[in-house]
Design a protein. Structure first.
Length: 180
């Protein structure tokens, strides 16, 4: 009896990951809700939050909408746009992906947070293009943890690095994706 129980336990331990891996599928019609972000805490805080909603139009290929905000003590940047993403589903719980987005961006800054050459206060609008690559780890068929590196380039200087404005930025973000 003990041998049977031990054998059954070993069989479940071996088969459980295989069953979970086989469950990772992203067929057409699946919907995804994503939340990503990063934060730098302290006296010069910075918070970057991204949200997305998409639908798979073909197996592994998603189209959707995205929004993000980037806040610190002196500056506020908001983006809204559309994205596409292709997921490389395989026989593991790890699913690499690549994506692209086009976003309308609005920046509001004040003199205290920027160099003197920018003037007192300001608003700026730009078109932003984002290229992304990352990986999702499915903890179950409906929830994945994600890590992403994305490169943003805009038609105007909207990204802050220290006290200077630039038209491009590379971000690393972590998040969660929910599937239904």
């Amino acid at each position: 009896m003990k041998k049977n129980a031990l054998g059954l336990l070993v069989a479940f331990a071996v088969m459980a990951p295989v069953a979970a891996q086989a469950a990772v599928q992203l067929p057409a019609g699946t919907q995804e809700l994503g939340v990503q972000g990063n934060a730098k805490l302290g006296s010069d805080y910075q918070v970057n939050l991204n949200g997305s909603y998409g639908k798979f139009i073909k197996d592994n290929w998603e189209l959707g909408g995205t929004t993000s905000i980037n806040l610190n003590e002196h500056n506020k940047l908001a983006k809204i746009g559309v994205f596409t993403e292709y997921n490389f589903v395989n026989s593991t719980n790890w699913v690499p992906y690549v994506g692209a987005a086009t976003e309308l961006a609005a920046l509001n800054y004040n003199e205290d947070g920027v160099g003197a050459d920018l003037g007192q206060n300001g608003d700026s609008w730009a078109l932003n293009v984002k290229l992304a690559g990352g990986v999702k780890y499915f903890i179950n068929p409906n929830v994945a943890l994600s890590a992403e590196v994305n490169y943003n380039i805009a038609t105007d200087d909207i990204e802050f690095t220290g006290s200077k404005l630039k038209n491009s930025m590379t971000n690393i973000v972590f998040g969660t994706r929910f599937y239904f």
